[in-house]
Design a protein around this ligand. Structure first.
Ligand SMILES: Cc1cc2nc3c(=O)[nH]c(=O)nc-3n(C[C@H](O)[C@H](O)[C@H](O)COP(=O)(O)OP(=O)(O)OC[C@H]3O[C@@H](n4cnc5c(N)ncnc54)[C@H](O)[C@@H]3O)c2cc1C
Length: 403
């Protein structure tokens, strides 16, 4: 059970003192009758007091920290807001990055922020099994123009029967942004969690080296190896069996290159994106604005290149500049007439997609019940929109059953 404490009512008059600082949860109707009667009588004498006297007791909200403003964390925030009464929880989302999205991130050209590229996830694939289960989520995202059906030609794509692909006209990070906006929660970027301590029945969460704050509930949504890197009491709280299972979770690694061009640049290719199976370095190329169906004469095109997992793993610890040059050299072999970009961004995805999920894919696991500490994310299920959604839903269920 999560304890939501209610403070004693404030004194209603100069002479009325409340005894004791801690008292059990109670509602306005449970307050001492005689005192209330006296107050009502006073209010009748002075109508202006009515507005200031109500409510006499406001419940103290449980503070919930969601670590990660990627898809799972953003969905958690939105679902908690949807499913639990306003005023019960005060939710805060922290992310070490400068913006939302996590591995569903959208990068922007330093010359023109309207020229953008999705360096992580490329599109959302809705499989038939999930189309019904998550129908309302897809409908909501399509209604708000966050998702649009993918109509541009993708060469070499392998589609399962009945599957449907969706793109994000405003960039893939717009999905997480949509849920954060819906939740209305307080989101803090450049907040890197480093320590989690248990102190006086609450979580003392350390961030950015020398700062900390206290929470009643903590939800971790980052890749599993980054959970295992956290210091403080969490190290002892994770039991031996959980640690073994967490250590069994694995991810592929790859690099992504974003090439940003000046407005008016022509990229000549018959496809919007292409999977390449016979190149040791490059696995996927996308003309990102074409893939997203947002080609415009005023905004420059952008290209995204994903390396193969074998190349990513083999060069994981290499200097990024050197890796960038290797990818550009290989790209020139595949697309010799490609013009020179205005700017380039090289992204190292150490934890790209889940290759081995947490045993039996529970969506979340509870590391500690009182106070509650749970972790979820694609590592606990699989690396898709539907996986993150299932994970977020199971995190919310875990929190609800602790209330
Ligand atoms: C190259 C690539 C291609 C992909 N292609 C697809 C695709 O086409 N379709 C698809 O559905 N999926 C795809 N995926 C997978 C998809 O992106 C992920 O499954 C999904 O984004 C995972 O979301 P998440 O919220 O669980 O984790 P994340 O997106 O990793 O979010 C975790 C967040 O936690 C933050 N964080 C980490 N540590 C800390 C800390 N200590 N303190 C504070 N914040 C912290 C991170 O900055 C991040 O924002 C792809 C992924 C990659 C990398």
């Amino acid at each position: 059970m999560l304890h939501v404490s209610v403070p004693p009512p404030p004194p209603t008059g100069g002479s009325q003192q409340q005894g004791g600082s801690a008292c059990p949860a109670r509602s306005v109707s449970q307050l001492h009758k005689p005192r209330r009667k006296r107050r009502e009588e006073k209010e009748e004498e002075d109508p202006a007091r009515l507005t200031t006297a109500l409510p006499a007791v406001a419940p103290v909200m449980a503070r919930v920290l969601v670590v990660g403003a990627g898809l799972t964390g953003s969905l958690c925030a939105a679902l908690l807001r949807r499913e639990l009464p306003q005023g019960l929880l005060r939710i805060v989302v922290w992310d070490k990055a400068r913006g939302a999205g996590g591995r569903m991130s959208t990068s922007r050209s330093s010359h023109d922020p309207r020229c953008s590229a999705d360096l992580g996830a490329q599109y959302i694939t809705c499989l038939p099994d999930y189309a019904k289960k998550h129908q309302s989520f897809y409908e909501d995202l399509v209604t708000h123009s966050v998702l649009k059906p993918l109509t541009a030609p993708i060469e070499g794509v392998q589609m399962k029967d009945g599957a449907e692909n969706f793109v994000t006209p405003q960039g893939i990070s717009s999905i997480a942004k949509h849920y954060l906006k819906e939740s209305g929660v307080d989101v803090r970027y450049t907040h890197q969690v480093t320590h989690i301590f248990l102190k006086d029945g609450k979580w003392q969460v350390g961030f950015n080296i020398d700062s900390s704050d206290q929470f009643d509930v903590v939800i971790l949504t980052m890749p599993v190896p980054q959970i295992l890197q956290l210091r403080g009491d969490i190290k002892n709280i994770i039991n031996k069996s959980q640690r073994q299972q967490l250590e069994s979770v694995s991810y592929s690694s790859r690099f992504a290159l974003g090439l940003f061009y000046e407005a008016g640049t022509q990229i000549n290719a018959p496809w919007a994106a292409q999977y390449i199976s016979d190149n040791p370095c490059i696995r996927f190329i996308s003309i990102d604005n074409k893939k997203r169906n947002i080609e415009s004469p005023d905004i420059g095109p952008s290209i995204v290149v994903h390396t193969s997992v074998a190349f990513g793993t083999g060069h994981l610890e290499w200097d990024k500049q050197k890796v960038q040059q290797l990818i550009l050299d290989e790209l020139k072999n595949i697309m010799p007439s490609l013009p020179k970009p205005e700017s380039i961004k090289c992204q190292r995805w150490r934890y790209s997609q889940v290759t081995q999920a947490f045993p039996s894919s529970p969506g979340q696991i509870t590391l500690h019940t009182k106070p509650l500490l749970v972790c979820g994310g694609d590592g606990f299920i699989h690396s898709t929109f539907d996986g993150c959604l299932d994970s977020a839903m199971s995190i919310v269920e875990a929190l609800k059953s602790s209330l």
